[in-house]
Design a protein around this ligand. Structure first.
Ligand SMILES: C[S@@+](CC[C@H](N)C(=O)[O-])C[C@H]1O[C@@H](n2cnc3c(N)ncnc32)[C@H](O)[C@@H]1O
Length: 197
């Protein structure tokens, strides 16, 4: 599903208002999102969390792969973008949180996602915000879970390796510009499914 013209305009408006927070002028292409989601087992996850939903380019494609009983929580700090995702994807499995991904620990309240997806622009976010989000995400990830990260530069690679045991990487050429994709795996063995507490 390609993003529509009105989604692109909404995204561009958000970028013009907050360029460092949005970090891209266009939503991620569906093909690059698929390349990213192929790096984790979304179909078996009980809970998937998204950090920075934008206009929902990841959200919709995660929901396509997600099981009928599974759930998804998507954070988006921009109220207009969060409202657009809610309107576009009225799926009972999805909760869109209008707020910062920095609050992931409080919002999840003990639930442990097997998969977290993020296209947050870590290198242009205000100082300390990106690191805080990554550190908090590492604490909520289910044992053996995976954090998928999409970036337009490789600058975050070192920080990901510091926080996570195993980081695999690839480049998706199916986006403009090409996207750096990272799958960061929690080193503990995966023994729960279902986002259990
Ligand atoms: C590069 S865009 C990615 C959007 C979408 N996932 C995509 O790939 O097209 C980053 C998004 O993260 C949002 N964002 C930035 N900082 C955030 C934060 N602290 N918490 C939640 N969302 C944030 C921005 O508003 C923007 O929608």
């Amino acid at each position: 599903m390609r993003s529509t013209l009105s989604e692109r305009l909404l995204f561009l408006r958000a970028f013009v208002a907050h360029p460092r927070r949005v970090g891209a002028v266009l939503p991620t292409s569906a093909r690059a999102v698929d390349d990213m989601l192929d790096m984790a087992d979304v179909t078996r996850a009980g809970l998937v969390v998204e950090l920075g939903a934008g206009t929902g380019s990841h959200t919709g494609r995660v929901l396509r792969r997600l099981g009928p009983q599974a759930r998804m929580v998507a954070f988006e700090i921009d109220p207009a973008l969060a409202a657009a995702v809610r309107a576009k994807l009225p799926d009972p499995r999805l909760t869109v949180v209008t707020g910062s991904a920095e609050d992931v620990v409080e919002v999840l309240d003990g639930q442990r996602p097997e998969v977290v997806v993020s296209a947050l622009p870590f290198t242009s976010l205000p100082s300390g915000v990106g690191r805080t989000i990554l550190e908090r995400t590492a604490t909520v990830l289910a044992p053996g879970g995976t954090l998928l990260v999409l970036q337009y530069s490789p600058l975050i690679a070192r920080e990901l390796s510091r926080l996570f045991g195993t980081v695999s990487r690839r480049v998706s050429p199916r986006n403009v510009p090409p996207a750096f994709l990272y799958a960061c795996r929690d080193p503990r063995e995966l023994h729960t499914a279902g986002g259990a507490r």
